[in-house]
Design a protein around this ligand. Structure first.
Ligand code: CP3
Length: 650
């Protein structure tokens, strides 16, 4: 069994210079074989003409804004100017300007001088974030701005400031040169070129420029790029990733928080999987210098042989109540707002556009699987997409969730519901096709739909609800109309799911999130017949997961509905619920999603309790008891998934 957060002997190259020893130790600590090839030397301009000129103008009151880009640079700037000027004058002159700090490092440098930044740029501290922060706080037009720069001047940033009408003075404080001894760097280039390194870690943009500069000098530019195709690339943060993209290299991993420790720990966690995946892609003809998750090709074999592998996966076996080597795990709503990758995409397109663009929906689906290392993917979509072609009007407004424009509240309104044309949701099938092609055959792809009751409740209420007055109102007042809605939704949903299966879904889940508001009698009368019909209409051989919340009192009726797997919420004891349902059904659940806001040790403790309740019986799929919440810390999610795998491994 693989040790957690361990490179397990993978060869890891770093180009770090200032913190070379530290990174070597970190790689060793995480079980990697390090090669550290310092790629740069810091050249302080202690007699910098620019720095002295800046000091003179600063004291003369010529600047309105001073932007400090780095901590090291801020200290070097002060050191350089204090060779010629009284530090007191510098400080009081700085206090008269608006001091802008690009993140916590310049803030710390300022604090050492008992100075405070007026504007602190939020993470991830790219130059675009500086512009946004400035725009929110101040007018740039006509302002005199000094920018403490580091390394290569950021031309895009400077010209953007100028475009906004600022008069900009660049103050270069130190620059980077190649190290005096470039032999280690040459050796690293040769090793990567010969595909001898498994992982290359970049902790600054400058390292990339120097690596390519030296490779060019020794005639290895092409060979280096070729070698990088089979080497996993780790990038410390967005600026470094941007530089990698600019030189035609796609980073394979970037941590949420741009820290060396995070980069190494997180790449150690899934390094072996990343190396394996990248090399298979390369072998199958993918250009792994520049690639997207949807470009992945796992096998050039037939769909039939792919399906055979998936059917033999841990996840599919658990659905069929067969013994597995470990307990499979995935999380409801695993590809959502709590993930940086998702938020980045969502900042560019609306939620509905994202759902309706198959390549993007597939990308979101796949990124979550890669990042989390779960055993199944769930297609990115929503339970309410199906109501759009039914003609009731669907929108997702910011911060408020889904809205139905023409709620269905009478028999007449029920009659107006349009016939479902399954082709209207072709974009979901296309997303499934793309995802299935790019997804590891050892992982299952889950298609899904809302169960008729939950979807009906949105259609009738017009949005979320607390007491379901309109839904139950229609149900009691006009049972004929109610059954008509349920019938229309059940038929549409069966057809929708069968099309998802045709497109590549290996399993389908029905989300009946709100059905727990019903009494047993009402469930029997108003829901059960429709669920039975719906589930029996789903192509046989494809497991169905039937999930609901607040269903403790309904479990035997849910079993009667006929699915192979039953999803439990966190309110029930897993052992008691399973016993009540019967061991002829597989079970999925049931950690309280809010527990993910606690600590890794607390999460492990409570996860262990749940796993122990399953007593190693076949047919257990670990999951949360409801969808993951938007602000959940990703680190805790990773701790949960790793624990389930490690603890249950036989
Ligand atoms: O892994 C995944 O995220 C798969 C995709 C998925 C979404 N919704 C995406 C989504 C799945 C499986 C769902 C199911 C869903 N949608 C349910 C059932 C599960 C549950 O949590 O009970 C329900 C009730 C909905 C309806 C819905 N969609 C609501 C109430 C909301 C707004 C509030 C919320 O939870 O975000 C949505 C929007 C929605 N669906 C988002 C996502 C990622 C957020 C959209 C955004 O702002 O980017």
């Amino acid at each position: 069994m693989k040790k957690p957060y361990n490179f397990n002997g993978l060869k890891v190259t770093s180009f770090e210079s200032r913190r070379a020893i530290e990174i070597e130790k970190l790689i060793l600590y995480h079980g990697g074989v390090p090669r550290v090839a310092p790629s740069m030397r810091e050249v302080p301009i202690s007699e910098s003409k620019e720095a002295l000129k800046f000091a003179k103008e600063l004291i003369a009151g010529n600047f309105d804004l001073v932007i400090l880009m780095t901590g090291v640079g801020t200290r070097a700037l002060i050191k350089a100017v204090s060779t010629k000027f009284d530090i007191k004058n510098i400080k009081s002159a700085l206090k008269k300007t608006t001091i802008v700090a690009r993140g916590p490092k310049p803030v710390a440098a300022l604090r050492e001088m008992k100075l405070k930044a007026n504007i602190v740029v939020p993470e991830p501290n790219t130059w675009r974030d500086i512009l946004i922060a400035l725009e929110n706080e101040t007018e740039l037009k006509g302002k005199k701005v000094a920018v403490q720069e580091y390394g290569i001047s950021n031309k895009e940033f400077i010209s953007s400031l100028r475009k906004k009408g600022a008069k900009v003075t660049s103050v270069p404080i130190y620059k980077w040169a190649l190290p005096e001894d470039i032999e280690p760097l040459k050796a690293a280039i040769q090793s990567i070129s010969n595909s001898k390194e498994d992982i290359a870690l970049f902790t600054s943009s400058q390292q990339i420029y120097h690596l390519f500069e030296v490779a060019g000098k020794i005639g290895y530019l092409k060979k280096l790029k070729q070698g990088l195709k089979s080497t996993v690339i780790g990038s410390i943060g967005p600026t470094t990733s941007e530089t990698l993209n600019r030189v035609g290299i796609t980073p394979d991993y970037e941590p949420d928080s741009p820290k060396m420790g995070n980069l190494i720990r997180e790449v150690a966690r899934i390094g072996a999987e990343l190396v394996n995946k990248k090399r298979i892609a390369l072998k199958n003809g993918v250009d792994t210098n520049i690639w997207r998750p949807v470009d992945m090709i796992w096998s050039k074999g037939s769909q039939k042989s792919r399906k055979a592998i998936t059917n033999d996966s841990v996840f599919m076996k658990a659905c069929r109540l067969e013994e597995t080597d470990y307990t499979p795990v995935w999380l409801m709503r695993q590809a959502g707002r709590y993930m940086r990758e998702y938020r980045e995409l969502r900042s560019k397109v609306s939620f509905l556009e994202l759902c309706k663009t198959p390549e993007l929906a597939a990308e979101v689906t796949l990124r979550a699987v890669d990042r989390l290392n779960v055993d199944a993917a769930i297609i990115f979509a929503d339970i309410l997409l199906i109501v759009e072609p039914l003609g009731v009007g669907l929108e997702f407004s910011k911060g408020e969730g889904p809205r139905i424009k023409r709620p269905v509240r009478s028999g007449k309104a029920v009659d107006r519901i349009k016939d479902f044309d399954p082709e209207s949701l072709k974009y979901v099938y296309d997303a499934l096709k793309i995802t299935r092609r790019a997804l590891d055959p050892n992982k299952a792809l889950i298609g899904f739909a809302g169960a008729p009751f939950t979807v009906a409740s949105y259609m009738i209420e017009g949005g979320g609800s607390r007491n379901y007055e309109n839904t139950k109102g229609l149900m009691y007042r006009d049972p004929g109309a109610w059954h008509m809605v349920m019938e229309k939704l059940s038929t549409a949903t069966a057809s929708y799911l069968n099309n998802q299966i045709k497109a590549g879904a290996d399993v389908v889940q029905l989300f009946d999130s709100w059905v727990g508001c019903l009494s047993r009698d009402d469930y029997k009368e108003f829901v059960l017949p429709h669920m039975k019909k719906l589930i029996s209409d789903i192509k046989s051989g494809t497991p169905v997961i039937h999930f609901g919340t607040g269903t403790a009192a309904l479990l035997d009726l849910i079993k009667e509905s006929g699915s192979q797997v039953i999803g439990l919420d966190w309110r029930v004891d897993l052992d008691k619920a399973w016993k009540q349902i019967g061991y002829d059904k597989a079970i999925q659940g049931n950690l309280d999603p809010v527990l993910l806001f606690s600590t890794p040790s607390e999460i492990r403790k409570r996860t262990k309790k749940i796993i122990d309740k399953a007593k190693g019986r076949p047919g257990f799929i670990f999951n949360l008891g409801h969808g993951i919440l938007p602000k959940t810390p990703v680190d805790n999610v990773l701790a949960l998934i790793d624990f389930v795998h490690e603890y249950t491994h036989k």
